[in-house]
Design a protein around this ligand. Structure first.
Ligand code: GLC
Length: 426
């Protein structure tokens, strides 16, 4: 089984040799995610390092779906496979995978830790070891069609209720005018990690907490969380297509970018693609903080996401692998990736870079979004985080699909989380 899996992975791999490949020293294998143009950007960065060092880099493309990628990594790492030297890992995975990665601190330039956002360095430090280097940071954003809002006389919604009403009205009149495929709001509704990130935003924006609090207490069973999920459920089949229950990032972007949705929730990467030369909505897209909920404690909430690079402890070339990680997570590469792909820097200093701000004007506001970002309970849950998220997205998905009320499903979720966390003791 494992052999088949590995063979399958390597089929998609392409070797990048330095032009001086005759002198290549070692081959380092790097796994990148393939969300939007991620693979292309990863390849270009790896090529530059190969050129500069005379080493060779083999790229392994992995599934864009976070859960599928995690399963693949777990299978490879549990078997002690040396097939991949560098793993692109999600911000919520260090606690799950830490044991398989080397401590990068000795390999990175002195003081490197202090040049990244603290929150990311903290989440990548497990038992005092820096198990991954921050590469880019994500936060959920609201994308809107500025042209449609203007044509129909609406402002950018401040609250989820405003978004709902605005979407309803615009969809109704667009459809009446013959635009039968128009949708109001698309997001990530599939039962996977992405739904956990969306649900956390809805719940936190209604003042319903963060599922598990910083002390490890399970807080999800509360009326504000239920209200948030109740509203989200009302979107499915009305302002959102029924198919949203199977959408990940790329499905949502597909609908929005082809011009068929008023609003979309997505990560920053969608900005570069929505404004690419071949995009039907180029120049008509705006970005804003996600709306806030209603009632006491309501506010804007964006889930913190992002990716980092880790070196496998089974790697035959840890030094070269760590050198490639340092190169890819360095300031120059982060800047290039932000300009070309809106994969945003983990280095605060780059948020003041004028060239970068000119290329990506929303970056200035993004620093504020990051300031108020909410984190998933991955640090407190450690290696149990995958089970936590699984319980969360299944309960939320059932609610969105109309199977059980928000109240009942949240009570059931709280029960599961109590069990997983051994009564909040973890
Ligand atoms: C993005 C984020 C990551 C999140 C995932 C969910 O890749 O960077 O943190 O878990 O989306 O789909």
């Amino acid at each position: 089984m494992l052999r088949r899996l590995v063979a399958g992975v390597c089929l998609g791999a392409a070797a990048i040799a330095a032009s001086t490949s005759a002198y290549a020293q070692v081959t380092v294998t790097l796994s990148c995610s393939a969300l939007g143009i991620e693979m292309e950007l990863c390849r270009a960065g790896a090529e530059r390092w190969a050129e500069a060092t005379g080493n060779e880099v083999k790229l392994v493309s992995t599934p864009a779906d976070a859960n599928e990628r995690l399963s693949l990594y777990q299978t490879l790492l549990a078997a002690g496979s040396a097939d991949i030297d560098i793993f692109q890992i999600d911000v919520v995975w260090p606690g799950i995978l830490a044991a398989h990665f080397i401590d990068l601190a000795p390999y990175l330039p002195h003081d490197e830790r202090h040049r990244h956002l603290d929150v990311l360095v903290e989440s990548n430090t497990v038992d005092g070891r820096l198990v991954a280097a921050p590469w880019f940071v994500d936060a959920g954003l609201l994308y809107y069609r500025a042209d449609l809002l203007e044509d129909h006389g609406f402002e950018v919604p401040e609250t989820w209720h405003e978004l709902t009403a605005t979407a309803e009205t615009i969809v109704e009149s667009e459809r009446a005018a013959g635009n039968a495929r128009m949708q109001g709001f698309v997001f990530q509704g599939r039962a996977y990690e992405g739904l956990t990130t969306n649900a956390l935003e809805w719940i936190a924006s209604f003042g319903g907490g963060t599922i598990v609090d910083a002390d490890g207490r399970v807080t999800i069973d509360n009326p504000r969380a239920a209200e948030a999920l109740g509203l989200a459920r009302s979107w499915v089949g009305t302002i959102a297509p029924a198919g949203v229950l199977n959408y990940a990032e790329e499905e949502a972007r597909g609908v929005f970018q082809s011009g068929n949705a008023v609003f979309m929730r997505n990560w920053p990467y969608a900005w570069a693609l929505a404004n690419a030369e071949d995009s039907p909505v180029r120049g008509q897209v705006g970005i804003a903080p996600l709306p806030r909920g209603a009632g006491e404690g309501a506010g804007h909430a964006a889930t913190l996401g992002g990716q980092q690079l880790a070196v496998s402890r089974f790697s035959a070339h840890p030094e070269e692998a760590a050198d490639l990680v340092a190169f890819l997570t360095g300031a120059e590469e982060q800047k290039r990736r932000a300009i070309e792909g809106a994969f945003n820097p983990t280095r605060p200093a780059l948020y003041e870079d004028t060239e970068l701000l000119e290329a990506n004007p929303f970056l200035a506001g993004f620093a504020d979004v990051l300031d108020g970002a909410v984190v998933r309970p991955s640090s407190v849950a450690g290696e149990r985080y995958a089970r936590v998220s699984n319980a969360v997205y299944n309960a939320v998905h059932a609610t969105l699909a109309g199977s059980g009320s928000a109240e009942d499903n949240l009570a059931g979720l709280a029960h599961s989380l109590e069990r997983i966390s051994r009564g909040g003791r973890w």
